[in-house]
Design a protein around this ligand. Structure first.
Ligand code: NAD
Length: 477
């Protein structure tokens, strides 16, 4: 049953509505079937998670929770190559990128395993004759809804943070790609996580996802996905005033000043957009370059883009396919409207000659000539397309960088130390990378957005705190 069921209370359970096909984005072939969970399975999963919170799991000392999570990290590291291949085939991303994702997933559990017994409260000086303690407590049952682009990594940061803080979890992974998540759920049980502490209900967003977002037994919701779905989830959670973390999209800019190390900036800018075929919330999808360095930067980028090759993830080329035909059609129609608005193609890579015709491949592209208010400049394209804009001074660079509704990650490239220190304050962005770009950064770094990119933080210690509430205890002596 394993891959085809829902993981509820430590067992694989068939879904009443049957199964969905898991498709290979590189070939269109069916890889396997996954469960089509719905309200009934969500109900069972929430009740198992609730039971875990009123049973043993809630009594586990923090150090024991930490040990189980660390063991899970070690099991993931042991099975690294096998899980990376599952992730590669399911999402379409090049194998070396999938390997990096699984390394990061193991690292999340190592990190949150170590963090479990380091979370503590505070004592606040208050009136004479009182002692005030602020205690950190788990919320209880955490609902977690995740996207298809980084299934294993988002599993690591959400499940790792929530379990480390002492919650139980019901996870609804994305229907487009969730095979690694199913493997990880089983490994968590092998690591010694008690039944009910982690439950996974695959299925469609409008069925399993909506049922989870509106379930009255959920105490906290973590949503990672598109802004539009985030609105629906937040609306549903607001009916019951359930606290939320919203990790949404981005339109991240790389700002390159003329004094920057252009070779490093160009190399990093290419990686930041081609990674996962541009299907990354923090993809560096806009390049803002100081006019004086524009020709030099564009020629460096054009040379690199022209050499990029797309193909199946297992062949480990520069770029894999998009996740499905709908995503490819959406991107192509946005680019078509961009052409009508004056878009120029400065350089384009190619699809490998032997790539399967049914794969959803789009060659990486460097473009310019897009008006700053056009949808291509404003909305997530979710494809390997980098748009170039020019600026004349720092004020114009900041205005362009802040000039979308998103605010997730910004890259800043300069050798001027005062600019490197002063500009990050002016950027509306959850993370700013100066002279490097981490596309989300390491597991230790708090991550999340401002504006339409969302609110709340995951990753790092801050991410663990997001899965806790505070209780203020005022004690009169
Ligand atoms: P999506 O919003 O379509 O789906 C995300 C999840 O929500 C899936 O599990 C889906 O099944 C579920 N869902 C869909 N409809 C639902 C509903 N009505 N109620 C409840 N759940 C529902 O997003 P996607 O296409 O899977 O992922 C791409 C998006 O995710 C992009 O916008 C990307 O920027 C964003 N993303 C953000 C981050 C971040 O950390 N900020 C990380 C990865 C992806």
């Amino acid at each position: 049953m394993s891959g085809q069921g829902c993981f509820i209370n430590g067992k694989w359970v068939a879904a009443e509505s049957g199964t969905l096909e898991a498709l290979d984005p590189a070939t269109g072939a069916v890889i396997t079937e996954i469960a089509r969970g719905g309200p009934k399975e969500v109900e069972a999963a929430v009740s198992a998670a609730r039971e875990a919170m009123s049973g043993d799991w809630a009594q586990w000392p923090a150090v024991e929770r930490g040990r189980v999570l660390s063991r899970l990290g070690a099991l993931i590291a042991d099975q690294h190559e096998a899980i990376a291949k599952i992730e590669c085939r399911d999402t379409g991303k090049p194998l070396s990128q999938a390997r990096n994702d699984i390394t990061a997933t193991a690292r999340y559990f190592e990190y949150y395993g170590g963090a479990a017994d380091k979370l503590h409260g505070e004592v606040i000086p208050y009136q004479d004759g009182t002692t005030v303690m602020v205690q950190r407590e788990p919320y209880g049952v955490c609902g977690v809804i995740t996207p298809w682009n980084y299934p294993a990594q988002v599993f690591g940061r959400t499940v790792g943070g929530a379990l480390s803080a002492g919650n139980s979890v019901v996870l609804k992974p994305a229907e487009e790609a969730c095979l690694s998540v199913l493997t990880l759920a089983e490994l968590a049980a092998d690591a010694g996580l008690p039944a009910g502490a982690l439950n996974v209900v695959p299925g469609l967003g409008v069925e399993a996802g909506a049922a989870l977002a509106s379930h009255p037994g959920i105490d906290h919701l973590s949503f990672t996905g598109s802004p539009a779905t985030g609105t629906a989830v937040a609306r549903s959670a607001s009916e019951r005033h359930v606290p939320l973390t919203m990790e949404l999209g981005g339109k991240s800019a790389q700002i390159v000043f003329a004094d920057a190390d252009l070779d490093r900036a160009a190399e990093t800018a290419v990686r930041a957009i081609v990674q996962n075929a541009g299907q990354t919330c923090s993809a560096g999808s806009r390049l803002l370059v100081e006019r004086a360095a524009s020709d030099a930067m564009v020629s460096r980028l054009a040379e690199r883009f022209s050499a990029l090759i797309c193909g199946p993830g297992l062949e480990d080329l520069d770029c894999g396919p998009l996740i499905n035909g709908a995503q490819k059609a959406r991107l192509e129609s946005m680019l078509e409207r961009g052409r009508a608005a004056g878009m120029q193609i400065l350089a384009v890579g190619r699809v490998a000659e032997d790539a399967p015709a049914a794969g959803h491949f789009v060659p990486p592209m460097l473009i310019s000539g897009i008006p700053a208010d056009h949808e291509v400049a404003q909305e997530e394209l979710f494809g390997p397309v980098l748009t170039v804009f020019e600026f004349d001074d720092a004020d114009e660079a900041v205005a362009l960088a802040n000039g979308t509704e998103f605010g997730l990650v910004t890259g800043l490239w300069t050798r001027d130390a005062s600019r490197a220190l002063a500009l990050p304050r002016r950027l509306q962005s959850g993370q700013v990378f100066v002279n490097n770009y981490g596309a989300g950064g390491g597991v230790e770094l708090p991550f999340g957005g401002v504006k339409r990119s969302g609110y709340g933080r995951e990753k790092g210690f801050e991410g663990m705190k997001s899965f806790t509430t505070m209780k203020t205890v005022v004690l009169r002596h």
